[in-house]
Design a protein around this ligand. Structure first.
Ligand code: BGC
Length: 737
């Protein structure tokens, strides 16, 4: 017995020794107990030039559904590849490829799989432009967390989202992908989505790495055409475009994507100032920058590189760490290093950045995606609830003459228009793995909502475009019978998004003509508009009694739209982008600079004011704003300042109200916008109730401005704080430069 015990102890000691020994032999980078930096440094020190270069390339796996970028099927993906865009939602394909990376390569470095998860993965949410109209960043964060979970469980580690390009030209199809025209709004929602996607721990199997795009100034594309030149002064770069990026980098975003646009002569993909000077050096971002699809190769047509090799050199030296589908780094980076045109130090830095993100995602420990059924991943009740809530809060009631809406007393409702029964177009562009059949149409929503209350009649009336008016007759016939006419119009999904510019933001004439015919009947006309951009509505506005902007509300949209029409839901969305009076007004946005002659310079043929301003949105109730109360009239360094406004629900139905806090600095050494949004808050206010909205002001952040080098300064003088039509003055006594 004693001998057996001794033998056992000896065995135990030997096996302990073995474990210590094997732990000792195990490379540092494989030791999860070490810090990320130790692991990264160890791994980089073991890598050959070729292995390093391969980490900096991204190909694709699976079939691309982006018509603008049809991926060549890469049959022969090298197992050493750094990243793949993953078009499939089956973890199996990923795992098979990953197995090769882990087992058939010398160092076993996992691949990072990216994908465009823009407004949901399978549970498709409203487009981002609509999300911002909810003024509910917490809800957006939750939606992004759901998208992250669905994506990660399907084999995606990294999303190319959020897009935080300030965009002021509705002709540009990509306005749909961002959070509108205001820098602060883009910053707040950018941060919310980064937090939603990434959570607190990238390695927990539910979160994914986020990617800010498109860095930077892409929204300034000339005349709303895609991929073209952008004229952006350093001042504008800083005061309009940088804030969302700066804030989202501070929030810990893992990666960024360089944009397609040429910024005043230096395309962003070759722009050392923005990529290295600002992002990496000044802001200290330690993740990586991926090029946009083909953006490195496009330095040739953009006229700053003679061939792909020179393009690779320029992009890499500027600070683009990973090549998305250019075949520039894999083909040329090694030679560029050997020729001394790219330093080894920079190469190592880029590789470190990519590896850091992979370690943070836990890919070395858990390279494979666990198998799960689609039922376990997609369209979970909680995810659908968030989808419904987000579309509800993003719908904007633009017009409601004499309380046309809600439809309380109609017993016969004509539902007309090409959008009424569409599923696909409600999803918008970038629907990821979204499926049309998951979407609740407006018609289905209305049918459910009005069951037992009203009889519905349906006619498409016309198509989205074209000249075929043969459907008008039926539309008019059913409208004649009805008490109210609900007309569902709008844009096809593919009319917005990438490479989807339009010369006019008006709806095609056929849709307007349909409304002209219906209006003749003298019945209340309610427009439900689904689009990926602000629309030119001046003619339709005159023909309708109520207008509900439903955007592209995602799969759950039909329910809240119907709920609002019926009065079960009180609308609360407010615009995150101005609706111009007509396309010719573009660019028109609330935070413009003051004119030299504000009383002159108007258009001769149209009003100069937009049709619906930024932050416009009606409710079924009325809110009365009390006087602004400020904690101080004068403030100096270190002083605190807060302002309050009481808001009372004076109507007959509970409602949510968003208070937007703007400031104005009328005299400054650098001219400033006439109004700048600095804070917003949304609260539910019950009938008869008064809620206090408070704005705690950090003087430098709120009143300060930025110069063309990004230096923030605060000047002495008077500042105004504006809420609706109320305004108070504060004098700032200390300056900082
Ligand atoms: C788009 C990006 C997108 C990328 C990958 C590009 O064409 O500009 O926004 O993330 O493709 O699909």
């Amino acid at each position: 017995m004693k001998n057996r015990k001794i033998a056992f102890l000896l065995l135990l000691a030997a096996s302990c020794n073995l474990t210590t020994q094997s732990k000792k032999d195990q490379p540092v980078y494989k030791d999860a107990g070490r810090s990320v930096e130790e692991r990264v440094n160890d791994l980089v020190s073991r890598m050959t030039l070729d292995e390093k270069v391969m980490q900096l390339n991204q190909y694709t796996l699976g079939r691309s559904d982006n018509a603008n970028n049809m991926a060549d099927p890469v049959n022969d993906i090298p197992a050493e590849i750094g990243s793949l865009i993953y078009f499939s939602s089956n973890p199996d394909l990923r795992n098979r490829l990953q197995k090769r990376a882990m087992e058939e390569t010398r160092l076993g470095i996992p691949v990072i799989f990216g994908y465009d998860v823009i407004h949901g993965y399978r549970t498709v949410y409203p487009i981002s432009l609509a999300q911002a109209c909810s003024w509910n960043p917490e809800l957006v964060k939750q939606a992004c967390a759901v998208a992250a979970q669905e994506a990660r469980m399907s084999g995606v580690d990294w999303t190319f989202s959020p897009m935080i390009d300030v965009a002021r030209d509705g002709r540009w199809g990509r306005v749909s992908e961002g959070y509108g025209e205001d820098p602060y709004t883009n910053a707040v929602f950018g941060v919310a989505s980064v937090k939603g996607y990434q959570g607190n721990d990238l390695s927990n199997g539910k979160n994914i790495a986020a990617c800010l795009k498109h860095y930077i100034g892409y929204g300034a594309s000339e005349a709303g055409r895609d991929y073209v030149y952008t004229e952006i002064s350093r001042q504008t770069l800083w005061d309009t475009y940088m804030l969302p990026y700066e804030e989202s980098v501070k929030a810990g975003v893992a990666t960024l994507m360089s944009s397609f646009n040429d910024i005043s002569g230096t395309p962003s993909t070759a722009n050392h100032y923005i990529l290295t000077g600002i992002l990496k050096q000044r802001w200290g971002h330690d993740g990586f920058v991926v090029s946009d699809w083909g953006a490195i190769a496009q330095l040739c047509p953009q006229g700053v590189a003679k061939d792909n090799k020179e393009a690779a050199q320029k992009a890499f030296n500027a600070g683009v760490d990973m090549d998305m589908m250019n075949r520039a780094y894999d083909n040329h980076l090694g030679d560029l290093v050997k020729e001394g045109k790219v330093s080894e130090e920079l190469l190592n830095d880029a590789v470190r950045r990519v590896l850091r993100v992979k370690f943070r995602l836990g890919l070395f420990e858990n390279p494979y995606t666990p198998q799960s059924t689609e039922k376990e991943r997609f369209l979970l009740p909680q995810s659908l609830k968030i989808a419904e809530q987000l579309s509800e809060e993003s719908i904007v009631l633009l017009k409601n003459e004499n309380n046309t809406l809600p439809l309380k007393n109609a017993s016969k409702i004509a539902v007309i228009g090409p959008m009424a029964k569409s599923q696909w177009h409600l999803l918008g562009s970038w629907r990821a793995q979204g499926k049309a059949e998951d979407a609740i149409t407006v018609y289905d929503g209305l049918e459910r909502e009005f069951k037992d209350k009203a009889k519905l009649f349906y006619a498409a009336g016309c198509d989205f475009d074209g000249e075929d008016k043969s459907g008008f007759k039926k539309a008019v016939t059913i409208a004649k019978e009805a008490d109210a006419v609900v007309v569902c119009l709008g844009e096809k999904a593919q009319w917005s998004g990438e490479n989807a510019s339009r010369s006019t933001i008006a709806l095609p004439q056929i849709q307007e003509e349909l409304v002209i015919e219906l209006k003749k009947l003298g019945k209340p006309v309610i427009l439900l508009l689904s689009s990926g951009r602000p629309l030119e509505l001046n003619r339709l506005e005159k023909l309708s009694n109520a207008i509900l902007q439903i955007w592209q509300p995602g799969i759950a949209g039909g329910n809240p739209v119907a709920g609002i029409v019926a009065g079960r839901i009180n609308p609360s969305g407010k615009l995150s982008i101005t609706f111009p009076y007509s396309t010719g007004q573009i660019p028109v946005y609330y935070n413009h600079r003051q004119s030299a002659r504000p009383h002159q310079g108007k258009y001769q043929d149209i009003p100069s004011a937009p049709l619906y301003e930024f932050a416009h949105g009606l409710s079924y109730t009325t809110f009365e704003y009390g006087d602004l109360k400020q904690s101080a009239l004068k403030v100096g360094k270190g002083d605190k300042l807060s302002i309050e406004v009481p808001v009372t629900n004076t109507g007959n139905i509970d409602g949510m109200e968003t208070v937007h806090w703007f400031i104005c600095d009328p005299v400054s050494s650098i001219s400033r916008p006439v109004k700048e949004l600095k804070h917003f808050e949304k609260q539910m206010i019950k009938v008869g109730e008064t809620k206090i909205f408070r704005f705690e002001i950090d003087l430098e952040k709120v009143f300060g401005f930025v110069d063309g080098e990004g230096n923030r300064f605060l000047e002495l003088g008077d500042y105004y704080i504006i809420v609706k039509d109320k305004k108070v003055k504060v004098e700032v006594l200390t300056e900082t430069f």
